[in-house]
Design a protein around this ligand. Structure first.
Ligand code: FEO
Length: 396
């Protein structure tokens, strides 16, 4: 049976939840699932806004057929060619042979790359500022390169003031029948996953996200329709404010996130001893074990807090492997604008601090606290003043 929702009288949600995929993009755990959003506009012309991932294709085709109510499909807009949205494009084109593809030249080239099929004969090619009339509704297209691939575009429907935003403003997490952000407890149940999605999927492309936010600021927007997660029709300021901060690499809140890599628990003890001292000074802390938490959690935390501490065991003449991975991943996501401290442990030749410092070289506007607390196998009671000094420095 169909599982559609009305976004408005003329716009129908035909996408769906995926709770079976374990790793999004083969990398990111999604224990709460994810949605692949697809919207149908019914006017004199019918227009589908994006297709979906292979995991939900059958239910989506059923939704679409039901929502069309026997009408033909005139257009499919492809905003983004990543297969979590475009995998089912060829199935759609076979089922609706008269539908035209509305997209930009870069997408058409990628269709050939992915499907070895040239669809240009049935394409309406758009560029920055192009419009497409559907009757009462009119779409205007704007290019959004690197949010999150180079071919990405967005569209604005002026009658209903709806912005179709591709990956932007998306989140991990299935919706369970809800479709609007105001139907769920977004801040409690989805914000952490929205941050993890942003930081890891588009976190590297802050400059490009800011460019899109600047374009959006000139429009009168009543609804944001992303390709993952809920539609925003109320309190748009909440998600726009988060995006403004994230895209500028500004911390969301004051606090120290301590990430540690510990082999037998002694480095964990260093991390916890520091956390206790910071709490005693009234500083908010978050402690993450790099062996247990997925690296995407560390990247997300780095976008959230203004200070980070990396506490690592030494390993093979370097740092603990999970800590090296975490810092490389942070650097790949344009880590910047933070205060950082390093703690290290080593039983015969502590080598973690130098290795981590080297990885952080070149990070923009990262203030590295000079003193490094070093444990030889385990932190000793006589080192407490060193730890106090570090806690004081971090609490400043
Ligand atoms: Fe949801 Fe970049 O694809």
């Amino acid at each position: 049976m169909q599982t559609i929702r009305k976004i408005s009288d003329a716009i129908i949600y035909v996408g769906g939840d995926d709770r079976r995929t374990a790793l999004f993009e083969g990398v990111y755990p999604i224990p709460n699932g994810v949605t692949y959003n697809s919207y149908l506009i019914l006017d004199e012309k019918t227009c589908l806004m994006d297709t979906v991932d292979k995991s939900i294709v059958e239910g989506w085709l059923e939704n679409l057929e039901y929502a069309l109510g026997g009408r033909a499909l005139d257009y499919v807009v492809v905003h983004h060619m990543e297969p979590d949205h475009s995998y089912s494009l060829m199935r759609l084109l076979e089922k609706y042979p008269n539908a035209q593809i509305v997209t930009n030249k870069k997408v058409l080239d990628m269709i050939v790359q992915f499907f070895n099929t040239d669809v240009s004969a049935r394409a309406v090619v758009v560029a920055e500022g192009s419009s497409l009339s559907l009757g009462k509704h009119e779409l205007t297209f704007t290019m959004a390169p690197m949010v999150h691939w180079p071919e990405v575009m967005m569209s604005y429907e002026k009658t209903e003031k709806v912005m179709f935003t591709a990956d932007a403003f998306g989140t991990f997490g299935a919706l369970g029948g809800a479709i609007f952000a105001d139907e769920v407890d977004f801040e409690d149940d989805y914000l952490d996953e929205a941050r993890r999605y942003y930081a890891n999927i588009v976190g590297k492309y802050g400059v490009q996200v800011k460019a899109v936010l600047a374009k959006a600021a000139k429009l009168d927007i009543a609804m944001l329709c992303p390709l993952h997660g809920p539609v925003w029709r109320e309190n748009l300021g909440l998600i726009l404010d988060k995006y403004t901060k994230w895209a500028s690499y500004e911390p969301e809140e004051k606090g120290v996130c301590i990430v540690y890599g510990s082999i037998y628990g002694h480095t964990e003890n260093m991390a916890m001893a520091l956390a206790v001292k910071l709490r005693e000074r009234g500083v908010k802390t978050r402690v993450i074990d790099s062996s247990v938490s997925h690296v995407s959690e560390i990247v997300a935390a780095a976008f959230r807090y203004d200070r980070l501490v990396f506490a690592s065991a030494s390993y093979n003449g370097g740092a603990f492997v999970k800590m090296e991975d975490a810092l490389h991943d942070l650097m790949a996501h344009a880590f910047q604008n933070r205060r950082v401290a390093i703690m290290q442990n080593g039983s015969w030749a502590p080598s973690a601090a130098n290795t981590l410092k080297k990885i952080l070289e070149g990070a923009k506007n990262v203030e590295l606290i000079e003193s490094v607390v070093t444990a030889k196998s385990a932190l000793k009671p006589e080192q407490e003043p060193e730890l106090d000094a570090l806690a004081d420095e971090l609490a400043k």
